[in-house]
Design a protein around this ligand. Sequence first.
Ligand code: TXA
Ligand code: MG
Length: 354
Amino acid sequence: MEYINTKNWLVRPAQLDEAIIQQAAAMIKKGGLVAFPTETVYGLGANGLDRKAVAAIYCAKGRPSDNPLILHVADTSMVKDLSRNLPDKASLLMRKFWPGPLTLVVPKAKHIPVEVTGGLDTVAVRMPDHPVALALIRASGLPIAAPSANQSGRPSPTKAEHVQADLQGRIDAILDGGPAGLGLESTVLDLTSKVPVILRPGGVTYEELKEVLGDVIIDPSVLGKKLPKDQVPRSPGMKYRHYAPTSPVILFEGEPHKIKTAITERAQALLAQGKKVGILATEEQAQGYPPQAKILKLGTRENPTTAAASLFSRLREFDQLHVDVILVEGIATTGIGLAIMNRLRRAAVEKFEC
Ligand code: TXA
Ligand code: MG
């Protein structure tokens, strides 16, 4: 790939610099790639109606071409052009959760390039809740196709420096708007079957969706279950190992005190073999692990939104510490915990029930 001189622009979400937004939008309109902050994670944006621009996203990220992208809009009226038949439930959900971390999978309109949808008959759409993202979409006047702005397979970027580490020299510009708030990606909800299906848990929780929809299903692959051999995953993204730092992740789930005992024993055994051990621990249990281990805090069990906000950043920090292995404390799968545990299960090479 040819080296691109990536522009790095600072933008304050509370006081947008209109000239920078205009320059970034001009790049998008010309077919360029611009990374921008959203309320979930940083996205890598391109004109969602321009095949070549969308193809360049896959190239820059090293992403498998059958993994479709989300089209980002700045208001609900933009969605009408993107879907040939918008389900009733879509309007209800857009009113309730947009702008926000909910992506809706709906029947696609004809003119959406196959590069966006990975050959599916559906398209994913979302309206992000971030002033920089919304200003960029408005200024370009286009739906912006944007996956998370990381190298494919790596943890999603929650800060501009993560985007720089993965994509500097491969994209046209990075808009640095400070840390993304939520720290985990949007919930992906498929509205093309009778009962809506959560394909990826995220910022809008199962409990919140159930309250509005009555009936909603969690796709079995979300819970880490294997699909029967003859079944194709409904969201292509679910086939791939994901969210992984360079060092292998070993995940421990179950009762907190049993997790603590199991991780302590495993850490001692690995340290005795001369391995460099990282432990990702909740605040409540971070004290008392072997002192030779590198311990980073995930957030509190009490308030899992703190864990969501720090998860991807911590996984990247372990890479900088050059540990040989990362032992991770699992948390409860209620609320945002379901999304956190989904990412950890998919990052893990080994899982333990304690
Ligand atoms: O929070 C987010 O959603 C971030 C920010 C940048 O908006 N974006 C993001 O995009 O996480 P990405 O590409 O990393 O993940 C999109 C997910 C993938 O798992 C993909 O397979 C799924 O959405 N997806 C996209 N289009 C789909 C479709 N038509 N049917 C089923 N799944 C789809
Ligand atoms: Mg991603």
